[in-house]
Every structure is written in C-alpha cells, then in structure tokens.
Write a protein that binds this ligand. Sequence first.
Ligand SMILES: Cc1ncc(C[n+]2csc(CCOP(=O)(O)OP(=O)(O)O)c2C)c(N)n1
Ligand code: SF4
Length: 255
Amino acid sequence: MSYISKPKFKHPQLRTNDIGLTRRDYEGTLTTLCAGCGHDSISAAIIQAAAEMSLEPHRVAKISGIGCSSKIPSYFLSKAHGFNSVHGRMPSVATGANIANKELSYIGISGDGDSASIGLGQFCHIVRRRVNMLYIVANNGTYGLTKGQLSATADLGSKTKSGEESQFDNIDMATLAIELGASFVARSFSGDKKQLVPLIQAGLSHKGFAFIDVISPCVTFNNTDLSSHGYKNTWENYIALSDIDFVPEVFRIAK
Ligand SMILES: Cc1ncc(C[n+]2csc(CCOP(=O)(O)OP(=O)(O)O)c2C)c(N)n1
Ligand code: SF4
C-alpha cells in the first residue's frame, strides 16, 4: 500500500500521557482518503482513545481487509503491529493472531462491503468464536474503493450519487452481532467524536468480542440527500441516547 509519512516534528509543549507519549506518537501516515471522508474521523477517534488510555503501541495489533475503510489502520498507531489482509478475510487473520498471542490488544477495521457482503460468513464466525478484540465496521452503505456500488447495509430505497436505488432490506450489523452473542455491541457516528471516543475505549477494555458499527459517510459516492448513510440523513435521524463517558476499571486491593 502506498503511503506518505508524516513529518516527525512535534511541539515541545505537547501534553504527555501516563507513559510519556504525546498524541502524535499514536498517529500513523498521512491520509490518502477523500477530504471529508468519515473514515478519517474514525482514525482520529482511535488516536485520541489510545492516547488517553496510555496504550503501549507495540502491544496493539491492527488488522483489516480491503476497501477505503481497510486503509484506516495506516492512519493510526504507526508503531503497532499491522496486517492488511484480503477482502472480507480480516476475521480469519485476527482469529489466528489471537490464538498465537493473547497478550496484544486487537483492533479489527472493516467496511460494510468487507463485512456484510464478501466477509459476512467470516464476520458471523468471529462473533460466534468470541474472539477477544475490538471490531469496527466503518459503515457508509457503499463500496467506496470500487466507486460507489450499493452495499448490503444500504437501507431499502437509499440512492447513491449515480442514482442507483437499493431494492432490498438492509443487513443491520449491530443486530446481527447481538443475535450471534457478541457481549459488547454499539452503534455510533464518525461525526460524533464525543460519543465515539469513549465507546472505543470501552470496546478496547472489554474482555471478549466488542463490536462497533460506525456510520461513516462516503462523501464521494454516497452522500446524497436520499442516501441513508449520507451526512444529511445521518444528522437528521441521529439521536445519541445520552452523553457517555468511559470510566476505567480500577484494581481493588484485597483486604
Ligand atoms: C475478492 C475480491 N473481490 C472484490 C474486490 C474488489 N473490492 C475492493 S474493495 C471492495 C468493496 C469495499 O467496500 P467497503 O468494504 O464497504 O469499504 P469502503 O471502500 O466503502 O470503505 C471491493 C468489492 C477485491 N479487492 N477482492
Ligand atoms: S471513495 Fe468514499 S469511502 Fe473512499 S475515501 Fe473517498 S469518501 Fe472515503
């Protein structure tokens, strides 16, 4: 995968976290995604979540499939382990890595095409196997990388920029994850970092399979007023149930 590295300079007064790292130490390469793509906000939320949690980058493994969304791992934690796998096959690689080394924190990043179409079987089995990881789907209702075909998460009647209308009911990844027994399931929006950051922190701290379906608009191919995953409809129908925060578990000293 081609990449543009970021200049190493950092402001000398940048705040450091509990392990002496700054936010910049959690960044990756410069993004090559379209300006305004929701996926870049997901990278930014992961960077903030990991920096605030003082995660040690070398103790993290980031794994993805294929798609614009699967490029997200390039844009955070450049010092973490990484594997950009085959379309829809991230779950197999994440499962294998998890068996080989249970000490790492695993972050799987996928798209709705990657997880709800070609990789749907893989997705079902990684939930069923309760693999200990955080699995994020950057859900834009379209195949962004291959120029905007409707995906299986697009709602019935949703229309892309090219005018293609979804003829079928959508697959709801969060409902499916609950049905398959995932012990942590959430849905968020890339435009709501205030909600997404604590959700990522909670998902990373969860012992077991944690899933977050993040609505992440594709500004280039699926951002029309008639698109169920565009900014307009997402903002209009977006109801954050409450302000959430993440309070980490503290160790209790036995008396
Ligand atoms: C086996 C295989 N089939 C098809 C493709 C072509 N392909 C690449 S990415 C993609 C869809 C990506 O969509 P999604 O996962 O929703 O990610 P997005 O680009 O929208 O973020 C497809 C069909 C491929 N790379 N490999
Ligand atoms: S094509 Fe869509 S999903 Fe891909 S980078 Fe551009 S806006 Fe993002």
